[in-house]
Design a protein around this ligand. Structure first.
Ligand SMILES: Nc1ncnc2c1ncn2[C@@H]1O[C@H](COP(=O)(O)OP(=O)(O)OP(=O)(O)O)[C@@H](O)[C@H]1O
Ligand SMILES: [Mg+2]
Length: 472
């Protein structure tokens, strides 16, 4: 577990022993369980509130909540746990409530069917903090778009071109299609487009098209009117919610075909027709979509309607993978070390040259996100005021890959005993550790977390010598 998660868990263990409220919603946002036992209210008030809230939509109980600032709604739309998030809401009586939440999506047979949230009321603690000490959002607009242009760290030519084009296109209304492998920074680019233009004071709403079943996605996108189907409420879709702002449709290639057709109509006509509505509503929304398939791949796989693809691709941005911009590795590493020094209250000095060259040779399938995780993990391993060295990097990166049929004697046709397989694997790990430690036995033993004498013994046993490993 990372240090941050550990700290979050610690906080939760200490505080959720006396949580103040549990809320569960279904996939439409309807409250199905409400258990508030907040000592700030009388038992009777809590009981009445619980009965009143069940069956209502979360957005009606807390009018200040929207799709983009609600951790429950976010857990539903992303399918990911939201850890320890601070949230300020105004209840329907106008009272301000500040909570810290742990929010967990409920997934059944691969579908998100709801979410449950545990909350701790911290209003009284917050009120004791002088206003100026409240955490500020720096210069970032509070619109749901997390990043601004200066958050994109790079010294790569193509990325610098992308940054320039973000500024140029920020004030246009044309749709944008952003392509990039996972972790390359698509969300960074999309948020920056929103925050660099006149829409920055308007909402930014992100929706992951792969995370939701079709009927829910449809309701979220276009909204519904009372009577559209049994139990349907008047509910704004995100096109209405985001009016004047931007909608980010992530993983657009996973959007069901029927919805793609509807989306195309909205883009062409600039109006939206909620489910069950008798007339359409004019909307001024910029749509930015992203995919991790190239346009050619999208055309080939037919995952997206061609007409929609061309419509979205009016402006296209293609983010290069990290392995094609290794000049970014050093500057990103510095940036992440600074970030985690602040977060972990450490003073790690940097990364030594062998660790850096190791990182520069890595393949980075998970791109910048993976690099950030590697640095975060290393920062947990290294003592404050030291440099990150090779041995501080996570073992999965520096050690051999798991045993597979490339290991001597281990293949499907060739049955070997468990002992032989284990020995082959052990030998491979030892050779890897030695070569990464430039054959310094002390360093390799440290890396393998075994005594130096054991390493000597094993090297002798397997006949491992610096230049004499013809058997491997
Ligand atoms: N150029 C960059 N500078 C600083 N941080 C970056 C950069 N690119 C990516 N990151 C960081 O890497 C992580 C992943 O970025 P982001 O979420 O934008 O990727 P993504 O392309 O949307 O990935 P996915 O397809 O998996 O959703 C984030 O924590 C982001 O802050
Ligand atoms: Mg993303």
């Amino acid at each position: 577990m990372t240090k941050k998660k550990e700290e979050n868990m610690q906080w939760l263990l200490e505080n959720f022993g006396y949580i103040d409220s549990l809320t569960a919603i279904d996939e439409t946002g309807r409250i199905i369980v409400k258990q508030r036992f907040n000592p700030r209210y009388t038992e009777e008030e809590n009981r009445t509130h619980n009965i009143w809230a069940v069956g209502k939509n979360l957005l009606d109980v807390f009018p200040s909540i929207s799709y983009e600032n609600s951790s429950l709604m976010r857990a539903i739309s992303t399918g990911k746990i939201v850890y320890n998030e601070r949230q300020t809401v105004w209840n329907h009586l106008g009272g301000k409530v500040v909570t810290k939440n742990l929010t967990i999506p409920i997934i059944s047979r691969g579908n998100i069917v709801g979410a449950v949230e545990l909350s701790k009321d911290i209003t009284h603690i917050e009120n004791r903090i002088p206003e100026k000490k409240l955490p500020t959002q720096h210069d970032k607009p509070l619109n749901g778009a997390k990043y601004v242009l200066s958050d994109i760290i790079t010294r790569n030519k193509s990325m610098e071109e992308i940054k320039k084009s973000i500024v140029q296109i920020a004030n246009s209304r044309s749709s944008v299609l952003v392509y990039g492998e996972t972790g390359t920074g698509k969300e960074l680019v999309v948020s920056s487009i929103h925050n660099s233009g006149y829409r920055k004071n308007k909402p930014f709403i992100a929706l992951n098209c792969a995370a939701l079943p079709e009927n829910i996605l449809e309701g979220l996108l276009f909204g519904s009117r009372k009577g559209a189907f049994t139990g349907a409420e008047n509910k704004k879709g995100i096109f209405e919610e985001a009016n004047g702002g931007t909608i980010y449709l992530d993983e657009i290639n996973s959007m069901p075909m029927a919805l793609q057709a509807k989306l195309l109509r909205v883009l062409q006509e600039k109006t939206v027709m909620p489910l069950g509505a008798s007339k359409s509503i004019d909307v001024d929304v910029r749509v930015i979509a992203s995919t991790n398939q190239t346009v050619d791949e999208l055309l080939e796989s037919k995952a997206i309607r061609e007409d929609l693809l061309y419509r979205l691709n009016t402006i296209s941005i293609s983010i290069p993978p990290l392995r094609d911009r290794i000049e970014d590795i050093e500057i990103l590493v510095e940036y992440f070390i600074k970030k985690y020094n602040e977060e972990f209250e450490k003073n790690v000095k940097g990364l030594d040259s062998s660790a850096l060259s190791f990182l520069m040779d890595n393949e980075w399938k998970g791109n910048v996100r993976e690099l950030e995780h590697v640095i975060e993990a290393a920062m947990n391993m290294v003592e404050s005021s030291r440099m990150i060295e090779l041995e501080n990097l996570p073992a999965y990166l520096t050690m051999a890959s798991p045993p597979d049929d490339r290991i001597e004697g281990l293949s499907e046709e060739n049955e070997i005993s468990l002992t032989d397989a284990m020995e082959a694997y052990e030998k491979r790990l030892i050779i890897n550790a030695l070569s990464q430690s430039r054959w310094k036995i002390v360093d390799a033993a440290k890396k393998l977390k075994i005594p130096r004498t054991s390493l000597n013994y094993k090297m002798e046993k397997y006949g491992i010598k610096k230049d004499g490993n013809s058997s491997y």
